[in-house]
Structure formats: structure tokens, C-alpha cells
Design a protein around this ligand. Structure first.
Ligand code: NAD
Length: 334
């Protein structure tokens, strides 16, 4: 048996593949078009593993994907590939439509064709796991309860709108064709291998290089944080035991303002790599004009996943953020 991962050279995909090969015997085929966000160095530790192989393909290249599915005959597709940065989506929405919507629809169509040609036994166990985000639900005011699986979709950025559209297509392929899909909506991830344009790696890398740490607006936007390996363990669990056609929120109720997160990073760096002049890294925090349409608060209720599949997160925020800072300090700070 084999699984196919898309976007495996990115942040979460590479963590997923590394963790998968540690805990499962099953081979992994990784397809990634290697945009600016894809980095094969992330996968150096598995490069020589005979259970791993890589193809530089675009998910929208139906001819290549059709042929690859027939060659490797995976029993599951785990779909991480996406354009994932909100600021880039504000500057250029079209690329997000191309990959997140068109690319996903083409991948669904390739998967459907492949799945419909499988034997009854293989088609019964085939799964298409769609990796989505809590951002599709929009923004919460402070008094509102966390998003649950049946909260309405109210995306506010071109990124979240494109992910919402792809989620709808995934659902439609289940309802229309019976393709055995599962969708996951996860909260904000952090950990090793994240491209330093997102809040946490940007803050760490800038601080280490004595550059300003930009914080949008008042910095009081709230995000719900999850260590990346906990996201990966949840996806494995959902692949193994999730109910076909269902969506599962993934998170661990860890709401923090951006300013709190950046402050924690500065405090850790003050301990781990004190500045020569004994000032705090907090002096580098610089407020910059807020992002247009910036969501104020995300919070995710993952009780369905915890209850039905008995998943639980292993990392506290304190332990996870300390590990993350250590990872970037180990000579990955440029
Ligand atoms: P990322 O930007 O780090 O990685 C995306 C990967 O997809 C890159 O390796 C890139 O080269 C590849 N890719 C992009 N377009 C492609 C295409 N057309 N064909 C093939 N490969 C392509 O993203 P990430 O943070 O690892 O996120 C992975 C998935 O998880 C995304 O779908 C994202 O929406 C979702 N997600 C992310 C977070 C988060 O906090 N980062 C939270 C919830 C959900």
C-alpha cells in the first residue's frame, strides 16, 4: 500500500511525510511543484528512505497526475498543496484561484477517475483527505463560541475564499460521485520548516538577525495555535478512522494574541541567545499598518475529533514554541 501526498515540500506536508515514515511502514509518494514555499531540503532526512519518492508535478497537470496514480496505485491522497499566504493572496488573488480551486478540482477529477477504476475492495478503502483551514469560517468577535464543523463559511481574504471554494468542490465530489473524501479544518500551525513569511518564523528569524519584528496593527488579533506534529497526528488518525464524507476540525483551544506570541518568542530568545547589550528582543517589536480585511479572532472547537476518534494533542504551546525557537536557532536563521 502507498499514500500520495501533495505539497509535501511545504511546511506541513514535509512534517507530515517525516512523521509518517517514522510511525508507519507504508511508502509515500510526494508531488510538489516547488513554488517559493516548497523546499526539498525540508525532506533531507527522508531523501534516502526507499519508501519515499518525489515528483515535481503541478496538481493541475492532469496528464501527469493520471499517469502517476496508475503507476503508484495509492490507497489515499492527502492533499496539502496550496498557495497559503494571506498577504500574497491580497496582492495576487489569481494564483490562489489557479492552485487552490482549479488545481484542487483537477486533482479531484484525476482521483475520481482513478478511484472509479479500482476493484471493489480497493475502491472501498480509498480516501481523499482535503487539508483545509479554520480561516474559511471567517472572524469571531470576543464573546462568540469557537467555530464548530457546522459553522457557516464566511471567508474574508482571497486565500480563505479560495480554500472555501475548494472545500465546496471536495464536498460536491462526495455528494455527486461518491468519491470517499474527508475534509479537515485546522487552526494556525507552527513548528520546524515553516517559510519565514508567516508570523512565528518571521518573528524568530528577524529577531535573530536583529531586524524589526513587524506586528500588524495593534497586534491584538487572536489566533488558535497548534504544533505542526499534532496536526500531522490528527490527519493520520482521520485517514485511519474518520467517517467518509465528514469534516473534522483540528485544534487544541490555544488562543493567543499575535502580540503575546511575539512577546513569548522574544522572552525565549532573551534566555537562549541574550543580546550583548542586555536589552530585550522585545525592543525590536514594530507595529506596522494592519492588513486589509484582517480577521480579528479565530478559535476552533475540535471536540468532535477528540470525542469520536480519541485524538489528543501532545505539545503544549510553551513546549512547542520553545522547540520551534531552538530549531530556527540551529543555523537556520537566514
Ligand atoms: P506551504 O505554503 O508551506 O506549502 C505549500 C506547498 O504546496 C509548497 O511546497 C508548494 O510548493 C506546494 N504547491 C503550491 N502550489 C502547488 C501546485 N499547483 N502543485 C503542486 N504543489 C504546489 O503551506 P502549509 O502551511 O504547509 O499548508 C499546507 C496546507 O495546509 C494548505 O492547504 C493550507 O491551506 C493548510 N493549512 C495551513 C495552516 C497553517 O497554519 N500553515 C493551517 C491550516 C491549514
Amino acid at each position: 500500500m502507498t499514500i500520495l501526498v501533495t505539497g509535501g515540500a511545504g511546511f506541513i506536508g514535509s512534517n507530515f511525510i517525516i512523521d509518517w515514515l517514522k510511525v508507519e511502514d507504508e511508502p509515500v509518494v510526494n508531488i510538489d511543484s516547488l513554488t517559493y514555499a516548497g523546499n526539498l531540503d525540508n525532506l533531507e532526512v527522508v531523501g534516502n528512505d526507499s519508501r519515499y519518492c518525489f515528483y515535481q508535478y503541478d496538481i493541475g497537470d492532469s496528464i501527469a497526475i493520471d499517469e502517476l496514480l496508475l503507476r503508484h496505485r495509492p490507497r489515499a491522497v492527502i492533499h496539502f498543496a496550496a498557495e497559503s499566504h494571506v498577504d500574497r493572496s491580497i496582492a495576487d488573488a489569481e494564483r490562489f484561484i489557479q492552485t487552490n480551486i482549479m488545481g484542487t478540482v483537477r486533482l479531484l477529477e484525476s482521483s475520481r477517475k482513478y478511484w472509479s477504476g479500482l476493484s471493489a475492495r480497493d475502491s472501498e478503502r480509498f480516501r481523499f483527505v482535503n487539508i483545509s483551514t479554520d480561516e474559511v469560517f471567517g472572524s469571531l468577535t470576543p464573546e462568540l463560541p469557537a467555530f464548530c464543523e457546522d459553522s457557516s463559511y464566511q471567508p474574508n481574504s482571497p486565500y480563505s475564499a479560495s480554500k472555501a471554494a475548494s472545500d465546496h468542490f471536495v464536498r460536491a465530489f462526495y455528494q455527486t460521485y461518491g468519491l470517499p473524501i474527508l475534509t479537515t479544518n485546522c487552526s494556525n500551525n507552527y513548528g520546524p520548516y515553516q517559510f519565514p513569511e508567516k508570523l512565528i518564523p518571521l518573528a524568530i528569524v528577524n529577531a535573530i538577525n536583529n531586524r524589526a519584528i513587524p506586528v500588524f496593527g495593534d497586534g491584538l488579533q487572536v489566533r488558535d495555535w497548534l504544533f505542526v506534529s499534532d496536526h500531522c497526528s490528527a490527519v493520520r488518525k482521520i485517514l485511519r478512522s474518520g467517517r467518509v464524507g465528514e469534516t473534522y476540525n483540528i485544534g487544541d483551544s490555544c488562543e493567543k494574541t499575535n502580540l503575546e506570541v511575539v512577546g513569548t518568542i522574544c522572552d525565549l530568545l532573551d534566555l537562549k541567545r541574550p543580546l550583548a547589550n542586555h536589552t530585550s528582543y522585545r525592543s525590536l517589536i514594530t507595529h506596522v499598518p494592519d492588513r486589509p480585511g484582517h480577521d480579528r479572532r479565530y478559535a476552533l472547537d475540535a471536540s468532535k475529533l477528540k470525542r469520536e476518534l480519541e485524538w489528543k494533542a501532545e505539545q503544549t504551546f510553551e513546549a512547542g514554541i520553545s522547540k520551534t525557537v531552538d530549531w530556527y536557532l540551529e543555523d537556520r536563521s537566514d
